[in-house]
Design a protein around this ligand. Structure first.
Ligand SMILES: Nc1ncnc2c1ncn2[C@@H]1O[C@H](COP(=O)(O)OP(=O)(O)O)[C@@H](O)[C@H]1O
Ligand SMILES: N[C@@H](CCC(=O)OP(=O)(O)O)C(=O)O
Length: 377
């Protein structure tokens, strides 16, 4: 079922709910157990109505701060990973206790973004999540902080929640944070007004968002907008609100900000290329090639390439940038990096005549290319 309007939220069979660190920690930095119980109460009620909920929860790093005697959220990666390792067990134990009060079991699922889209990984993740739901268990997902490295580190659970929504074929995604939705500017700034609904990227023009979150959160509003864009562009509507409004959001009430669907369900490979793939290099395009690629139907030919950086093999993901270095698209490159300097800027006819069949192929075929939406702010 596709949820087109807020009012249909009450019928959404499978919903992903993501709760951020800012909503799970008290002012002294400790885990807020009451918040966990309040959320479990709402999810259990939804469960009793015959619906399914997948919970994506942050809070492992925050939960590790107090037992390790740390002064605050660690900045360096290894320390954050250690805190997450200590905190994750405590976090899941709290959820487990809260859901047990409703006769529900929970299943811990630790993922990286790549696991949700990379062939071979996603099938296992998908099968496990399906089986947990069939068994009436509430899956509780968090980033697998301990294995995530600096380069692949996802860094925020907002986008992970959007990718998980896609993975489980959710009917809706609810993002819970410490502000009741998106505002026209930072909520602390005078004059910022709440926005009740967003029907597409054009509604976000002029809105000020920061990547800086609350004291314990990461990513701020920027990653929530990224998550909303991933979900809505692949057919999943999003509500952004506070935990106090989660029951209202599930009932289809006008709470927080509603992000309407902007596109159809997309292929997992394109989702991976656009949002999770680690690119291996950069290919610079001339203005004509940028226009052709942005037109949406053209492949990238050698003649439109002006520069190459990085070391990659044929088939690797690369970024396509314009002359000013702005990322225009991502694609799977058809040549290895060593081959490209000898062919760029040249026409396919020349290349075929000089180097033979095969060298006249596209640098990136249009089927292997996704446009990158410009980020806000
Ligand atoms: N335009 C905006 N509208 C709403 N919140 C914003 C905006 N710009 C920045 N923010 C900040 O984003 C914060 C939420 O992000 P974050 O702390 O990462 O939350 P979480 O821990 O729930 O993921 C809010 O507390 C707010 O300070
Ligand atoms: N895996 C980390 C996620 C951190 C994170 O994304 O935080 P938030 O921006 O509060 O959702 C944790 O559990 O602390």
């Amino acid at each position: 079922m596709t949820v087109a309007e807020r009012s249909q939220m009450s019928e959404a069979h499978r919903v992903v709910i993501k709760i951020g660190s800012s909503s799970l920690t008290r002012e002294d930095g400790r885990l807020d157990v009451r918040a966990i119980h309040a959320l479990a109460d709402v999810i259990a009620a939804r469960h009793r109505q015959g619906h399914e909920v997948v919970l994506v929860t942050s809070g492992s790093v925050a939960a590790g701060i107090e037992p390790l005697g740390l002064p605050g959220r660690p900045r360096d990666l290894a320390q954050a990973q250690a805190a997450a390792s200590v905190g994750q067990g405590l976090l899941i134990a709290r959820y487990s206790g809260a859901f047990a009060g409703h006769g529900l079991q929970v299943g811990q699922v630790l993922l990286t973004a790549e696991d949700t889209v990379r062939r071979g990984h996603y099938r296992n993740a998908q099968r496990t999540l399906e089986r947990l739901l069939e068994l009436g268990v509430v899956p509780i997902v968090n980033e697998n902080d301990v294995v995530a490295t600096n380069e692949i580190r996802f860094g925020d659970n907002d986008r992970l929640a959007a990718l998980v929504s896609h993975l489980v074929g959710a009917d809706a995604l609810i993002l819970l944070t410490d502000v009741n939705g998106l505002y026209t500017g930072h909520p602390a700034h005078e004059g910022s007004r709440p926005i009740s609904s967003v029907s597409g990227p054009e509604d976000l023009e002029g809105i000020e968002v920061t990547g800086r979150g609350s004291a314990v959160g990461t990513g701020g509003m920027l990653t929530k907008l990224d998550a909303a864009s991933i979900a809505t562009s692949s057919g999943i509507p999003v509500v952004l609100t506070t935990p106090a409004n989660v029951a209202g959001a599930l009932a289809g009430e006008t709470v927080g900000t509603w992000f309407a669907v902007t596109g159809k369900r997309t292929s997992r490979r394109r989702l991976w290329l656009a949002h999770a793939a680690r690119t291996r290099g950069t290919i610079t395009l001339d203005d004509g090639a940028v226009a052709a690629v942005l037109g949406g139907r053209a492949s990238l030919l050698p003649a439109g390439v002006t520069g190459v950086a990085g070391t990659f093999d044929a088939g690797d993901p690369v970024e396509l940038v314009d002359a000013a270095g702005n990322v225009v698209a991502r694609g799977l490159v058809a040549f290895e990096s060593d081959e490209l300097p000898g062919i760029i800027g040249r026409s396919t006819r020349d290349l075929r005549a000089e180097l033979g069949e095969g060298y006249d192929r596209e640098v990136v075929h249009r089927d292997d290319l996704v446009l990158v939406r410009r980020r806000l702010a």
